[in-house]
Design a protein around this ligand. Structure first.
Ligand SMILES: [Zn+2]
Length: 178
């Protein structure tokens, strides 16, 4: 399933949320990592250590969209982000480039906040909050977008799905042996 151009920011949100190990508490967000996330979306912006507290706060708010649990709560969380990270719509002239959103703030955090909020807004408006997932693996808790046809995705990655299957298998085997 392809969610399309306007939902791109929803993937940006996932990428930022996944800079922390939510189960282990491992912090992986550094200025370098934030720059790498930006580059993946074709954007070059200076990120320094001073930006980290705002990035941590933004990441918590983005994750809250994924853990909201229902459509109304997710929409409220996204609306709050749209208000705090405003952007204007632009149509660049003379190119094949699509419409773009220009964040009001010129810094990296404003860019990530605005684009992630807009992407999540389009995503939830089109596909519903039920497609915003938190990994079911007992040692993960990462966020993901459910791209499956029938909304059946439970894990953030093939690795997590495999590990959890192994765990279930071992637990069953132990139960049988007892
Ligand atoms: Zn996972």
């Amino acid at each position: 399933m392809d969610f399309g151009y306007f939902c791109k920011g929803a993937y940006l949100a996932v990428d930022l949320v996944r800079t922390k190990g939510w189960y282990s508490g491992t912090e992986r967000l550094t200025p370098e990592r934030a720059r790498a996330v930006l580059q993946r979306y074709g954007h070059e912006r200076r990120v320094t250590k001073n930006d980290l507290p705002r990035l941590f706060a933004l990441r918590d708010r983005l994750r809250a969209v994924f853990t909201a649990g229902d459509d109304a709560s997710a929409r409220r969380a996204i609306a709050g982000l749209l208000a705090d990270f405003p952007a204007r719509l632009d149509l660049p002239a003379g190119g094949e480039q699509s419409m773009t959103f220009v964040p009001a703030g010129g810094d990296a955090v404003s860019w990530i906040g605005a684009n992630a909020a807009i992407g999540l807004a389009f995503f939830v408006a089109e596909y519903g909050a039920a497609r915003l997932g938190i990994c079911n693996a007992s040692d993960c808790d990462d966020a993901f977008l459910d791209e499956s046809k029938n909304r059946t995705k439970h894990y953030c990655s093939v690795g997590c799905s495999r590990n959890e299957n192994v765990r279930t298998f071992r637990a069953r085997k132990k139960l049988v042996q007892q």
